[in-house]
Design a binder for this molecule. Structure first.
Ligand SMILES: [Fe+2]
Length: 134
């Protein structure tokens, strides 16, 4: 069983961005599996680190795409990315400080975090960017 199953309704209509969102789903599922299988701290840390790194990569790729398309609400979206990135970084820090105690919250947080990012934030730019696509 996976924590998040990709659904077509998550598609923002831009292949590259969908591919990156699918990769985020995959990384979150990996973290979930480490938690579920009671993996050691090191394995969990490594999985979360990978997620943080890919999140940074994805957000900056998205910002470049919005910039190229002349998306008018880029500043606002950038702030939202910053906020989401801080959330996942804070979470990683809590994980390192508190260890196993917060594990139960972990996957609920991750699932809601990603779904919020895609459904609430990215859907706002999707039609604008899809129209600009060649
Ligand atoms: Fe995104």
């Amino acid at each position: 069983m996976l924590l998040i199953k990709w659904r077509n309704s998550y598609s923002v209509g831009i292949d590259q961005i969908d591919t990156e969102h699918k990769k985020l789903v995959e990384l979150i599922n990996e973290v979930f599996m480490v938690v579920r299988d009671k993996g050691d701290e090191q394995t969990l840390n490594r999985a979360v680190e990978e997620l943080v790194a890919y999140t940074r990569y994805h957000f900056s790729a998205e910002e470049s795409a919005m910039e190229q398309a002349g998306y008018p609400d880029l500043d606002e979206h950038r702030k939202e990315h910053q906020r989401l990135e801080n959330e996942v970084v804070d979470f990683h820090q809590r994980l390192q400080e508190e260890g196993g105690e917060i594990r139960i919250d972990l996957y609920h947080f991750l699932r809601d975090w990603l779904i919020h990012h895609i459904i609430e934030c990215d859907m706002r730019y999707s039609s604008y960017l899809a129209q600009q696509a060649p």
